[in-house]
Design a protein around this ligand. Structure first.
Ligand code: ZN
Ligand code: FE
Length: 256
């Protein structure tokens, strides 16, 4: 079991590199897009980096891997994708990742949509979902179709309510403004938006969030809710879940 909750290490402009540790000082990180912030935390706390998990090939999630592996015995676990040059183990849907230091077990879930080979890791009450699910949002569809992304999000949304959603970016405040624009009568969403504003005022991360909260407030997980169905009724082509999802994603892309 993990001794500590996952900690977000801020990196680049708005990325989070997730850190897992145990009481003996072993560490794993998820999606190190920059080595510097990880090196600082390892040094400050006397931690030994043992493992790196990668969710997808974008540079802001992998660019720190080579430097972090320099002179260390680190296992890098990654999806099957040549665009990720450095990996010790390639994993896909249904595979299990077992760490001993820190001791943790994760299942691999294929979540195409943001990219075709994006994967997520779920276990220990945690979900590392990269740029697939954000708090109150979801990733842009760079490579996949709306149908693929909706299927991916539905797989993640089936995880237990208390799952801690550890996503790749601090996008929650902007996501909340968009969510309120299409689901403004949602009391849970209004409360979450207020909480997010307060946290950002104090300079705190808004994640991890809980899956139950996301299911109740994230418009991309609510395409079958009365509110989103009513919102989409004005869009000529939005009469099933996938086309409603596509309409919400398009509206978010255009939202300022
Ligand atoms: Zn990405
Ligand atoms: Fe990213």
């Amino acid at each position: 079991m993990l001794d500590l909750l996952p900690e977000p290490i801020p990196a680049l402009s708005d990325n989070y590199i997730w850190l897992l540790t145990d009481a003996a000082g072993n560490a794993a990180v998820v999606d190190p897009g920059d080595a510097g912030p990880v090196e600082r935390v390892l040094a400050e706390r006397g931690l030994t980096l043992r493992s790196i998990l990668l969710t997808h090939h974008h540079p802001d999630h992998i660019a720190g891997v080579a430097a972090l592996c320099q002179g260390r015995d680190v296992e890098v676990i990654a999806p099957v994708d040549e665009r990720i040059p450095h990996a010790d183990r390639r994993v896909g849907h249904g595979d299990i990742v077992n760490f001993s230091q820190p001791a943790a077990h994760f299942g691999v879930i294929a979540v195409p949509g943001h990219t075709t080979t994006h994967i997520a890791y779920a276990g220990e009450g945690l979900l590392f979902c990269g740029d697939t699910l954000f708090s109150l949002g979801c990733g842009r569809l760079f490579e996949g179709t709306p149908g693929q992304m909706l299927d991916s999000l539905n797989l993640l949304a089936a995880l237990p309510d208390d799952t801690l959603v550890c996503c790749g970016h601090e996008y929650t405040q902007a996501n909340a403004r968009f969510a309120l624009s299409i689901d403004g009568n949602n009391a849970g969403l209004k409360a979450r938006a207020k909480e997010v504003d307060d946290k950002r005022l104090r300079g705190e991360p808004t994640v991890p969030s809980r899956m139950g909260t996301e299911r109740a407030t994230n418009p991309f997980l609510r395409t079958d809710s009365n509110a989103i169905v009513a919102w989409a009724a004005h869009k000529a082509d939005a009469h099933d879940s996938v086309s409603r999802f596509a309409a919400v994603r398009r509206a978010k892309d255009d939202f300022r």
